[in-house]
Design a protein around this ligand. Sequence first.
Ligand code: NAD
Ligand code: APR
Length: 244
Amino acid sequence: MFSEKLLQKLKSAKSVVVLTGAGISAESGVPTFRGQEGLWKKFKPEELATFDAFIRNPELVWEWYNYRRKLIQDVKPNPGHYALVELENLFPNFTLITQNVDNLHRRAGSRNVIELHGNIEKNYCIKCGKRYDDVNLALEMKVPKCECGGLIRPDVVWFGEMLPVEAWEKAEESASNCDVFFSIGTSGVVYPAASLPQIAKMNGAYTVEINIERTDLSWFMDEVIIGKSGEVLPKLVERLKEQV
Ligand code: NAD
Ligand code: APR
């Protein structure tokens, strides 16, 4: 399943970077965005995951996010998330960049996590910026309101919005300076996240894709491993521990 070249690269690697997408949470029961049961199939993204949609119909957008929050509160990290926690301990430098907002990497114990698209358990007021993170927003009101009267929104990046600049800069910097770059469970269709594997490759990294099918990125990756991340990643960790 793993080429000798990859095992050699990992044996000598000082810095490893991992980019994850919705696919790594699929085995936890969180639907992906563009898969068969994709979340976007039920809703049109522009109706929900945009700032205009929020201003037009904050109740609907909050209903959508509460649906996702409940979904995510009931699920647990899967062996793929836990394998990345073990991987983090095997290298001097390890950076985990995720497009997911489900907080499952942190719940599994990953430490150095860059959340490119925000975190569904964090919120802030669009008027005064006051943060309402990790609080259970009392949802008697259909739309949570700040003390200042402003609307509270989920702290996730919506379509058309810029990514958090610091998160993006850290992600770009780590992708530019790593020995091995993994792209795991992402379709690679949304930018700028999808440009990170190319940035890594252009800077000399050995690039590996782990996915249940080939994607838009497969053609330039050094290695494509077709399989479920929840099965492939624990096997990779086991293999690496044997060679330590
Ligand atoms: P988009 O193309 O409209 O916006 C991203 C574009 O803006 C990219 O093409 C990129 O060139 C530019 N960009 C954004 N931030 C940048 C940065 N910090 N530095 C450089 N360029 C930057 O993409 P989109 O498909 O409309 O989605 C926008 C973002 O919102 C994406 O990252 C997407 O994954 C995210 N998103 C999140 C959710 C969610 O529920 N978490 C839902 C939808 C979209
Ligand atoms: N193991 C590995 N890969 C998997 C698994 C699995 N068990 N299950 C699904 N996949 C793969 C699918 O083949 C697909 O390539 O995960 C990928 C999921 O792709 P998307 O649904 O497009 O999710 P993602 O790439 O994270 O989307 C990027 O778009 O809508 C925005 O902000 C949203 O962060 C999201 C971004």
